[in-house]
Design a protein around this ligand. Structure first.
Ligand SMILES: *[C@@H]1O[C@H](CO)[C@@H](O)[C@H](O)[C@H]1NC(C)=O
Length: 329
C-alpha cells in the first residue's frame, strides 16, 4: 500500500528506460515536495535554533557536513532480514545486527527502536515488490520527536531525489536541488537481493519540549560546546540622529538562556552572561548593514552563513531577528 501515489506505473517505466528511449518524464512535484517541506519545518523545530537544519549539505543524512543530523539506514534482504542502523557524528549504532531480533520483519509489521541520539523511532516495511525492487520494500520511518511519529514515506522521498538527478542527467530545466531527506542506496534498485535506503533525521533537540535531555553544565552553570546568540534589532525612529536599539540573549548548548540584555541603545553592546568572557554585539550605520559579533577574540558578522550559520530575518514592524551560533568552551 502506498502512502501517496507519486509514481504511476507509466512513470516508473519511463524512469527505468529513460537512458535508451526519449520518453519525457512528467515530474509531479507538488505533493512530494510539500511533504519534504513540511518535514524540514518539523526538523527545524527539533534542532537548536542557531543551527539550521541543512547549513552545508542538501542531503539530510550527511552528518559530517550537517553535524546536527543523523543517518538512518534501513535494509532488507530476500524479503526478510530486516536491519537498521543509526550513524551520527559520535558513531554508529546497529539494530538487529544478527538479523534475528526484528520481530515484525514482514509486510506491514512495525518495529520500534530507541537510539540515544534521535530518541524513539520505528520502521514499517509497508509493501513487497514495490518500486524499490523485489522483496520487502517501501519502508515508512517514524520518529517520535518528528511531528509525533509523523510517517516519513522513505521510497516516495527517495523518488524525489531520483527525479532531480534524472532531470540533471538529461540537462533538464529547473531541476530541483533538494534538500533531500531520503535516498536509495543503489541507483538500480533491481540489482542484487538487498534493498537499502537511508534518510537523515535531526538529533533530538537538546531542550525539546517534554524531554529532559539537558547535558550536564560546567562549574559556571552553562553547557559548553556550541552556543547561540539571538538579537532583536529595532529600526531607528530618526535615522539622522538615533542609534539602533538592540536586545540580545545568549543560549548555551542545552538551548538554555545564559545571559541577556534588555533594550540597549548603543552602537556596541557588551553582554555579560555565564560565559567566562564578555560577548559583544555592534550595530553599524544603516538598516541593510549586518551586525558585528565578537567572543573570545573571534569576530564575525551576521552575513556569516558558513561558520556561524547566521540567519537574518527581514524587517517587520520596525524590527528584525538575528541568530548566529558560536563556539563557547
Ligand atoms: C504499517 O504501515 C501500513 C501502511 O501504512 C499500515 O497499514 C500498518 O497498519 C502499519 N503497521 C503497524 C503495525 O502500524
Amino acid at each position: 500500500m502506498k502512502t501517496f501515489g507519486l509514481y504511476p506505473t507509466v512513470m516508473v517505466v519511463a524512469l527505468f528506460f529513460s537512458e535508451v528511449t526519449a520518453i519525457p518524464i512528467i515530474r509531479p512535484r507538488a505533493s512530494g515536495w510539500d511533504l519534504a517541506t513540511e518535514l524540514i519545518k518539523l526538523f527545524a523545530e527539533i534542532l537548536p535554533i542557531a543551527m539550521k537544519a541543512f547549513p552545508k549539505d542538501a542531503d539530510a543524512w550527511n552528518f559530517q557536513r550537517n553535524p546536527n543530523m543523523c543517518e538512518i539506514e534501513m535494509e532488507t534482504t530476500d524479503g526478510a532480514n530486516c536491519y537498521v542502523s543509526v550513524r551520527c557524528n559520535d558513531g554508529l549504532r546497529k539494530y538487529n545486527e544478527g538479523k534475528a531480533t526484528w520481530n515484525a520483519c514482514y509486510k506491514g509489521g512495525r518495529q520500534y527502536f530507541n537510539d540515544p541520539r534521535i530518541g524513539d523511532f520505528s520502521v514499517n516495511f509497508t509493501d513487497t515488490d514495490g518500486i524499490d525492487g523485489q522483496g520487502l520494500t517501501s519502508p515508512v520511518l517514524q520518529v517520535k520527536d518528528i511531528g509525533d511519529w509523523k510517517a516519513i514515506p522513505v521510497t516516495d522521498l527517495a523518488f524525489l531525489k531520483q527525479q532531480d538527478e534524472d532531470c540533471e542527467a538529461r540537462n533538464g530545466a529547473n531541476c530541483g536541488t533538494g534538500p533531500y531527506i531520503c535516498t536509495w542506496l543503489h541507483f538500480y534498485h533491481e540489482d542484487g537481493r538487498t534493498r537499502r535506503w537511508k534518510c537523515g533525521v535531526p538529533k533530538r533537540g537538546l531542550n525539546f519540549p517534554g524531554l529532559d535531555s539537558n547535558a550536564p553544565t560546567n562549574e559556571r552553570g552553562y553547557r559548553p560546546g556550541w552556543c547561540g546568540v539571538h538579537v532583536t534589532q529595532y529600526q531607528k525612529p530618526d535615522p539622522s540622529k538615533d542609534q539602533y536599539r538592540l536586545s540580545a540573549k545568549l543560549i548555551d548548548q542545552n538551548q538554555n538562556e545564559i545571559g541577556n540584555t534588555a533594550d540597549v541603545i548603543e552602537p556596541k553592546v557588551e553582554l555579560s552572561s555565564r560565559l567566562p568572557l564578555p560577548f559583544f554585539v555592534k550595530s553599524r550605520a544603516v538598516d541593510s548593514d549586518p551586525l558585528d559579533f565578537e567572543y573570545d577574540g573571534v569576530k564575525w558578522d551576521s552575513n556569516n552563513k558558513n561558520n556561524h550559520f547566521c540567519s537574518v530575518g527581514a524587517y517587520d514592524s520596525g524590527k528584525r531577528e538575528i541568530d548566529c551560533g558560536f563556539t563557547c568552551n
